[in-house]
Design a binder for this molecule. Sequence first.
Ligand code: C2E
Ligand code: MG
Ligand code: MG
Length: 249
Amino acid sequence: LEMHYQPKLNLQTQRIVGVEALMRWHHPALGMIPPVQFIPIAEELGLILSMGKWALEQACADALAWQKFGLPEVVTSVNLSPRQFESRTLIADIKAVLESSGLEPSLLELEITEGAVMANPEHAAELLRTIRDMGVGLAIDDFGTGYSSLSYLKHFPLSTVKIDRSFINDLSQDADARALIDGIITLSHGLRMKVVAEGIETVAQLEYLRSHGCDEAQGYWLCKPVPADEARDFMARHLRNQFAPSVLA
Ligand code: C2E
Ligand code: MG
Ligand code: MG
């Protein structure tokens, strides 16, 4: 297994403010296998618990290595599967990885899906509060594709809403998708949550989201998910370009 990282851009400051950690399976014969193919199986076999713990450890270790390299701090987001969310050892695992890595809890964010929290909303609310009290951020992933129950946004201590890629994809030719995006941004900001758009592939999508108040964006337009050393180099290059005097100035 390997962790890859996809940078996130703050749409106001143009800085890289975070990365999403994404798991890859490097198969000796079949090559790189995408997570949509192996995570459901790992979930079914119960293997996701140890794989998810490893992902958390690896992501925290890489985040710390980038800091030691001299890069500005970024928030690292790690995906949690529904099965991990039900695990009794989740809180202890998060605590242990923060302690052993030494990563500041505020620099870690966990991404969960609507399905994981809605399976048992009361248990979820308690778990999420415990995680929030540890100082770790919480994002709701693929927002708009699952239950999209608006009341849970109010009851769960979430810090971030991630607009699903399908809305971004439809943005240019579908007024309804734009209406939903605008609604999600307004709603999330009203509830004091940050909004991240995923799957940005064109500058037109980026500009739409920026002008409509979306906070952060990730997608192939900025950078595909890449191995840790490439993510580090990308962040260093982005930082240099940001401070380099413009040729036209
Ligand atoms: P996700 O958390 O919603 O991750 C975003 C997915 O969108 C990633 O797919 C990413 O590569 C892809 N993506 C990003 N930008 C673009 C873009 O501009 N265009 C397109 N077409 N795609 C883009 P990936 O890496 O294949 O991961 C798929 C899903 O697998 C993730 O969706 C997440 O639910 C799951 N996953 C990945 N890594 C982990 C992990 O470590 N643990 C768990 N439990 N699930 C994981
Ligand atoms: Mg995610
Ligand atoms: Mg997503």
